[in-house]
Design a protein around this ligand. Structure first.
Ligand SMILES: C[S@@+](CC[C@H](N)C(=O)[O-])C[C@H]1O[C@@H](n2cnc3c(N)ncnc32)[C@H](O)[C@@H]1O
Length: 343
């Protein structure tokens, strides 16, 4: 029996992706989408009892967050909108650039709603795209099966896998054109974005697209007092140069990143601090920028994934001026950028 869930979701998606929608329109729309899922008996963000759910899973290369946290990601306005726009543009580009059909898309860590797959599916035909959904949490797999049935998107689904996307092997006799993963925190801490990227990028078709196209982490010197003051007074018209200075790019994660070494780390840069950093005035912080695809970019502080991660504060864990710092990325154990003061 046909229903209007799909048509309603498409109406919401049109508002969300419309460039003239305000932030408030988008926020209301994301809450309406959460309400739609709840009415479909999928995953109810308003049900406070699920809030206490603790089905997160430790994977050796980071945490798969709980179903509740993964569902909550939907409501992050900039994150969800920019990812969706980027994914839709990447599909359009490949449909123009290649005659191969369908475009095979792997959603690695799709969460209970598979939102980064099902909304793009509303804009293409199932002859043009096929979706492969991966999540390690069993409850999410149950939830996405229900989602695609209720939204009548079953013919878009090439496969559903309850697996670790950091180990996943693409066994289809067809190209993997796009791999999408949003399994990260700011400064690439704790969650397995790096392990998943390094695993899937090797399995992409030669012209395949990994989303996000690039995640950059920069070392910054920040005058926190001036920053707070400027934010209170100027809001959106901040002149960032007045309170923060980029000292160095530390890491860029993309489909072209170097492989990990035997210790499961990626050696990064050595950085000699200069007098742009004054330990009595400045925090040292890692800033994250996510180029989802093309011009769809999550800049510093646009969402939780791009909040600053503070390494040292004046008079607290202070790193001396002119210190020589060595950076590396640890993939297994506790994933994070590690910093050693070597001189
Ligand atoms: C931050 S949530 C994002 C959910 C969804 N992609 C979105 O953008 O709204 C990350 C999801 O990835 C899943 N996940 C994390 N690491 C994974 C892994 N190594 N393999 C499979 N799923 C993973 C988690 O269970 C969670 O559902």
């Amino acid at each position: 029996m046909s229903n209007n869930y799909k048509a309603t979701l498409k109406q919401h998606a049109d508002i969300l992706l419309n460039t003239s929608s305000s932030w408030q329109d988008k926020r209301n729309t994301l809450h309406a989408i959460a309400g739609l899922f709840s009415s479909m008996d999928i995953y109810d963000l308003q049900d406070q009892s699920t809030n206490a759910e603790t089905n997160e899973k430790w994977l050796g290369t980071g945490y798969a967050v709980s179903s509740w946290s993964a569902a909550m990601c939907l409501l992050e306005v900039a994150r969800t909108t920019v990812f969706l726009k980027g994914i839709i543009e990447a599909i359009q580009k490949l449909l123009e650039d290649t005659k191969e059909r369908p475009i095979n898309i792997v959603d690695a860590g799709c969460g209970p709603y598979a939102i980064l797959s099902i909304i793009p599916a509303l804009y293409f035909s199932s002859n043009d795209i096929q979706l492969y959904l991966i999540d390690i949490i069993p409850e999410n797999i149950i939830s996405i099966k229900k989602t695609i049935t209720k939204l009548e998107l079953v013919n878009y689904i090439g496969g559903i896998y309850e697996e670790d996307a950091g180990q996943f092997k693409w066994t289809k006799n067809a190209p993997m054109h796009i791999a999408v993963s949003e399994t990260m925190l700011n400064a690439l801490r704790k969650e397995p974005q790096v392990a998943i990227t390094l695993n899937l990028r090797n399995q992409l078709a030669p012209q395949g697209i990994f989303i996000p196209e690039q995640i950059s982490v920069d070392l910054m010197a920040v005058n926190a007092q001036k920053k707070q003051h400027a934010k209170m007074l100027l809001h959106d018209n901040l002149i960032r140069e007045e309170f923060e200075t980029k000292l160095a790019n530390i890491m860029e994660l993309s489909k072209n990143s170097p492989a990990a070494n035997k210790e499961n780390t990626i050696p990064l840069k050595e950085v000699q601090l200069t007098n742009a950093y004054n330990p009595n005035l400045h925090e040292l912080a890692l800033y994250t920028t996510i180029k989802v695809f093309g011009n769809n970019i999550l800049q510093h502080e646009d969402c939780s994934l791009t909040l600053p991660f503070i390494i040292s504060r004046p008079y607290k864990n202070t790193i001396a001026e002119n210190a020589l710092l060595q950076f590396q990325y640890r993939i297994s154990g506790k994933p994070a950028i590690e910093i050693a003061v070597i001189a």
